[in-house]
Write a protein that binds this ligand. Structure first.
Ligand code: TYD
Ligand code: MG
Length: 457
């Protein structure tokens, strides 16, 4: 019997120390060390021996010339959005971490995708919910499959013994924070447990060529609960995000060893599970009859996808001493900057106004090309004059009020054209690259915010 031992772990980066230290020598964070009980020196560590599994046997050393450079084999799911964020399907033997806040729909999305893979033996391991609960959710999603198996278990060794019996081709773990390895004594969710259980699963995935999805929770400040190590250990990190009060969700690739990291999938939470959204722009723009002031459409690019988004602004006389600035879906400091530019360069008195900004659909966009639409929405509300309906904007606004060029302008214009817009306002610095291209949509190139004001109002 090995005796109980404990060690201290940095809760930020997972650094291990035999004694408590105030500042982590690895990531320089203060007060992050917590004691965790571990059992070490257990040399019976032949825990996962996958040599006999599926007839896969691996030599230790190979010459690089003997490694075949064939494309990775992938499982193509029925969900085009998921395929896209994974870089074209699930790579065999890959380990994918899916992180998101509680209640965002992680369990629903992966349950539904597992069920839809009718030809693939899928094992769904849940440490959070009972079989009945999962069954109820599966009924809601309305897909049934003969190749889908459930296991409500948290002990990794029990899970592995079930895996040996079932020989699944895809394993989904919901969630990594509930798993417990018998080789480490601390409680589930602690750094040493997460590190150990993820390592065991990683060995399983690599040695048997079985893809594994790890569902993980996110802490309040948006980090993946558990050490950064977890992100290093996996091949792909997907983040599932969105405002819980809205139906739209974004699945974003943060890291991908088998594809691009600028991919993005969009879903809508419905009564029957997650619905992939293939034409996001059409939903994000509200169809309205009459022209309203304070609304401008931005032609943005998220990841690799063009996305037309409605921005709304409300500018009202301030009744309190300090004017208010309230944003939803947009960066507050960016708004303050744009207001300062309008105040200084355009002589608009936003200093005595309350300003509210809302991005329709609750989707957070980081594309700087949103600036121009925000500025137009602000001016439109300020003047109480509507912007012509079939006009959209793509441009970044600089500190001196200049409209700056944005990337992938052709793609933005093409998307606006596809959605039936008649006019797009872009930076004149973008116009140079467009001279040889023909569009049905009218492209207006402007250099300064003042010019745009003259042009619109
Ligand atoms: P869930 O997948 O449990 O989220 P997570 O695993 O990320 O914590 O989804 C939780 C929410 O989704 C819950 O509030 C109910 C809602 N929901 C729907 O709106 N429609 C559905 O078809 C399902 C299954 C869930
Ligand atoms: Mg869940």
């Amino acid at each position: 019997m090995s005796k109980t031992k404990s060690a201290f772990f940095c809760q930020n980066c997972g650094f291990e120390s035999t004694k408590w230290v105030g500042k982590c020598p690895s990531c320089s964070q203060w007060n992050t060390f917590v004691e965790e009980v571990i059992v070490k020196g257990n040399d019976k560590f032949l825990k996962d021996d996958w040599k006999e599994f599926n007839g896969v046997s691996k030599l230790k050393t190979v010459s690089i010339n003997d490694v075949s450079s064939a494309e990775e084999k992938r499982i193509i799911t029925t969900d085009a959005e998921l395929n896209r964020v994974l870089g074209g399907g699930i790579v065999l033997g890959s380990i994918v971490l899916v992180a998101g806040e509680p209640g965002i729909g992680k369990s629903t999305l992966f349950l539904q995708n597992g069920l839809k893979l009718q030809d693939i033996i899928t094992l769904y391991v849940s440490g959070e919910e009972s079989e009945q609960q999962i069954k109820m959710r599966a009924d809601r999603v309305g897909v049934s499959s003969d190749n889908f198996y459930l296991l409500t278990e948290t002990n990794t060794q029990t899970i592995f013994s079930e895996i040996r019996k079932l020989k699944p081709q895809l394993v989904i773990i919901d969630s990594i924070q509930t798993l417990q390895s018998p080789f480490v004594e601390s409680s589930p969710g602690s750094i040493s447990q997460i590190r150990e259980t993820a390592a065991e699963l990683q060995r399983f995935a690599k040695e048997t060529n079985t893809p594994v999805f790890l569902i993980g929770h996110i802490t309040k400040d948006g980090n993946i609960a558990g050490p950064k190590i977890l992100e290093h250990m996996v091949d792909t990190v997907l983040q599932f995000e969105g405002d819980r009060h809205y139906a739209y969700r974004i699945l974003r690739t943060l890291k991908n060893r088998f594809g691009s990291t600028s991919e993005l999938g969009i879903y809508e939470m419905t009564g029957e599970g997650m619905r992939p959204v293939s034409n996001p722009s059409e939903i994000l723009i509200t169809q309205k009859e009459d022209q309203l002031s304070g609304i401008a459409i931005a032609a943005t690019i998220e990841g690799m996808r063009p996305l037309l988004i409605e921005t709304q602004a409300l500018v009202t006389q301030s009744v309190y001493g300090t004017p208010q600035r309230t944003v939803s879906g947009f960066d507050l400091r960016r708004l303050q900057l744009l207001l300062a530019v309008l105040e200084k360069r355009g002589g608009f008195h936003f200093g005595v106004k309350d300003v509210f900004i809302n991005i329709a659909g609750g989707i957070k966009v980081e594309d700087p090309s949103l600036d121009l639409a925000i500025v137009c929405a602000l001016l439109s509300s300020y003047e109480d004059a509507a912007i012509p309906q079939l006009t959209c904007f793509a441009g970044e606004v600089g500190l001196s009020g200049e409209i700056r060029a944005v990337n992938r302008i052709e793609q933005r214009i093409a998307e606006a054209e596809k959605l039936g817009f008649e006019k797009i306002i872009v930076s004149k610095y973008n116009a140079k690259s467009l001279v040889n291209l023909k569009f049905d949509i009218e492209v207006v190139a402007l250099g300064k915010v003042e010019e745009m004001y003259q042009y619109l109002f």
